[in-house]
Design a protein around this ligand. Structure first.
Ligand code: GLN
Length: 280
């Protein structure tokens, strides 16, 4: 079978499962199956497939038809300016989270070196992207998942920032190392009862540990704020990703812990998504 026919078959299978991005997904999976890029697939669609490549491709299509996200099938996701290695241990980096990077770059500059802490570092997409942009910054990432930290280490090497970052396996509650100029976090913030409404791609495959914010969605955010208020330097910046309906509650929690709210920013879908604050 040639590439084109296999792709037509793949697209039909994914369409029958109501996957909206059937064509794109199929091309990405074909590229993965034959170890080439998408451009190659498009330019060489009459080439015959080796038996093993076809079988590998069909297996990937089958997995995608169960709604397993593409990022987990190809073990990578592009975020900000780099490609990150991801597995099912980490949340898949979201375009909305790039908002946090934009804000961090806006409020920092090359001339003032900073020590930054990422609470719940996951794949490392936030911390490592910032370190790549700011060559004189040093980073610390903590996470409760040892597997995430191993992935972070791989990504730190990939992005060539491994000399300026260290990782600790720790719950934020118990972490007491250092004082930071800037703290960033994308904690789990989905209300436990709302988890079931998330898309199947998300809830059936991504780590609940990175999504579940407890009964009111705020249990982890509360912990992160409480501890950050101790770990942050005076005038230090705190950048937090939040749920679309958490702006007021989180602002109040921040104020109670001595933070001044600088800005609340909306994501691509115009939902409140990021709070920038300063410790006073
Ligand atoms: N934005 C993610 C989602 O909607 C949730 C991320 C989080 O809880 N930190 O799936």
């Amino acid at each position: 079978m040639n590439i084109e026919s296999a792709i037509v078959e793949g697209v039909n299978i994914l369409k029958s499962k109501h996957i909206k991005t059937a064509k794109l997904d199929t091309e990405i999976l074909m590229a993965k199956a034959i170890g080439e890029d998408r451009k190659y697939i498009i330019l060489n669609d009459n080439k015959n497939l080796k038996k093993e490549s076809l079988q590998y491709f069909q297996r990937l299509i089958k997995e995608r038809s169960t709604r397993k996200p593409i990022a987990y099938l190809i073990n990578k996701k592009y975020f900000w300016k780099s490609e990150f290695f991801v597995t099912r241990d980490t949340l898949i980096p979201r375009p909305d989270t790039e908002l946090l990077i934009e804000q961090i770059l806006k409020i920092t500059n090359y001339h003032n070196p900073m020590n930054i802490l990422d609470v719940g570092v996951g794949s490392g997409c936030i911390l490592l992207s910032v370190l790549k942009e700011r060559k004189n910054f040093y980073g610390t990432g903590i996470d409760v998942s040892k597997n995430c930290l191993n992935i972070c280490k791989i990504n730190a090497k990939k992005l060539k920032v491994d000399k300026r970052v260290r990782f600790y396996k720790s719950d934020v509650d118990k972490f007491a190392q250092g004082k930071y100029d800037l703290i960033v976090s994308n904690p789990p913030y989905i209300n436990q009862n709302d988890l079931k409404y998330l898309e199947k791609d998300v809830i059936n495959f991504e780590p609940k540990l990175a999504l579940n914010g407890g009964l009111d969605g705020l249990s982890e955010i509360r912990k992160v704020i409480r501890k950050s208020s101790e770990l942050i330097k005076k005038n230090g910046k705190f950048i937090l990703e939040i749920g679309f309906d958490q702006k007021i509650k989180v602002s109040n929690l921040l104020k109670k812990k001595g933070f001044y709210i600088n800005n609340v920013l909306k994501d691509l879908a115009k939902n409140d998504r990021c709070i920038v604050s300063t410790k006073i």
